[in-house]
Design a protein around this ligand. Structure first.
Ligand code: GAR
Length: 187
């Protein structure tokens, strides 16, 4: 499976993929890692792993459509089988989704459709749920609304804060993501 990964943040889930590939546990080739802004830790990790990186900085474009078109062109240039949003905190447009039908994957740190958006862990804690988790889904044009592929539940502990809960969710998220990618690669 030829994969392009898009990431905006620390890239810890991406690192788990890189490590699994290096251990020969995941039959995936990461063609490149892209970001919507320079200087992210995800880009640093990728460069350290010898991966090609690219930035399509949303601040360099006059509007959303122009940024979208540039991102699509950059990703298409790698001819990936799949694109993975791994903490990529930007919604892409219809053309991008249309170019990768059921080929653009996303993960989210909550049990969708509960708590979509940029603060899934914080929102679940604030609501007071006792169980939350993670979701791997096909991305669409909405905010965390695409068809669900797999989910895993995590208990919320009384002493949890956002950081501790997110860390436990991410541990499950990494396993789930690797499992989903393995299954898709085997199809
Ligand atoms: C992950 O938990 C991912 O699910 C979340 O961002 C984190 C990225 O962590 N994505 C969203 O909240 C999307 N709505 P990482 O950069 O350390 O891999």
């Amino acid at each position: 499976m030829r994969l392009v990964v898009l990431a905006s943040g620390s890239g810890s889930n991406l690192q788990a993929l890189i490590d699994a590939i290096h251990r020969d546990e995941l039959p995936v080739q990461i063609l490149a890692v892209g970001s919507d802004r320079p200087g992210t830790y995800a880009l640093e990790r990728s460069a350290a792993a010898g991966l090609e990186t690219f930035v399509v900085d949303y601040r360099s474009f006059p509007d959303r459509a122009a940024w979208d078109a540039a991102l699509l062109e950059a990703v298409l240039g790698f001819q990936p089988d799949y694109v993975l949003s791994s903490g990529f905190m930007r919604i892409v447009g219809a053309d991008f989704i249309g170019a990768f039908p059921r080929r653009y994957l996303n993960t989210h740190p909550a049990l969708l459709p509960a708590f979509p958006g940029a603060h899934g862990v914080r929102d679940a804690l604030a609501y007071g749920v006792k169980v939350t988790g993670c979701t791997v889904m096909y991305a669409d044009e909405g905010v965390d609304t695409g068809p669900i592929i797999a989910q895993r539940a995590i208990d919320v502990l009384p002493e949890d804060d956002e950081t501790s809960l997110h860390e436990r969710i991410k541990a499950a998220e990494r396993e789930l993501l690797i499992q989903v990618l393995r299954d898709l690669a085997a199809q």
